[in-house]
Design a protein around this ligand. Structure first.
Ligand code: PEP
Length: 252
């Protein structure tokens, strides 16, 4: 288990400038006041707020990431944002392959691998999301679905430095249903084995995050399961007090 946990907040399509800046400010101050920090925090605001959030976080250890990127560095792709643009803004990370992108934008594993490779080329850490649906779990296919997503969504450029993998069972995202500790333990061991096979350059050190209805009340248990190196948090990352409580649960 890695000592420093990676705590990522995915704000999704929520917030306007004033409340986003206030939340970032509160988190930056709370992290600065935390002694013996055993976590790294990354905030992923909507793209329109990234510049303002980065300005607020100046001098703080809290980092900023995008929620998605295009496969190309520039070009005629109206409405899209490239990894190079995120890097240029000051981002350090980008989420790719979130289940909401897979579901609402029909993103495939191969597209996600290309986005992750673009993130690597731009100097960003790609947080590659995988996870089975409720129907797939019920059918006993969770392991095989996740194995296929890992095999096809992680590009050859992945290393322990430029990649994290987030296991987010689709049925646990935004539903209040969290996977059981045993399910997380079993799946993270499975993911560790597959990632170690696939990524010859430090696969055993790639940070594996859990995501799906993580909150202050369950964070400590989840963060101390073997092969859980951090969490990707949606809803609870929109309240600074809750999110800092989740991050502090990394200790111990
Ligand atoms: C997410 O969107 O990545 C997520 C895990 O959401 P929530 O924490 O709200 O389930």
């Amino acid at each position: 288990m890695s000592a420093t946990k990676l705590i990522v907040g995915n704000w999704k399509m929520n917030g306007l400038l004033a409340d986003s800046k206030a939340r970032a400010q509160q988190l930056g101050s709370a992290v600065a006041a935390t002694k013996d920090a055993v976590f790294d925090m990354v905030l992923c605001p909507p793209a329109t707020m990234i510049g303002a959030v980065i300005d607020v976080l100046a001098g703080s250890s809290v980092q900023c990431g995008g929620q998605d990127c295009h496969t190309e560095p520039s070009g005629a792709y109206t409405g899209n944002i490239s990894a190079a643009m995120l890097k240029d803004m000051g981002c350090t990370h980008v989420i790719v392959g979130h289940s909401e992108r897979r579901q609402y934008h029909a993103e495939t594993n191969s597209l996600i691998a290309a986005k992750a490779a673009a993130a690597h080329a731009a100097g960003l850490v790609a947080i590659i999301c995988v996870g089975e649906t409720d129907a797939e779990r019920t059918a006993g296919q969770a392991d095989s679905v996740v194995a296929a997503q890992l095999a096809e969504s992680i590009p050859l450029s992945a290393t322990s430095e430029n990649t994290a993998v987030a296991y987010e069972p689709v049925w646990a995202i935004g539903t209040g249903k969290t996977a059981s500790a045993d399910d997380i333990r079993q799946m993270h061991a499975h993911i560790r084995a597959k990632v170690s096979e696939k990524v010859t350059s430090g696969g055993a050190q790639i940070k594996l995050l859990y995501g799906g209805s993580v909150k202050a009340a369950n964070a400590a248990e989840i963060l101390h399961i073997a092969h859980v190196d951090g969490v990707l948090v949606g809803g609870a990352s929109l309240a600074a007090d809750d999110f800092i409580a989740i991050a502090k649960a990394s200790a111990g």
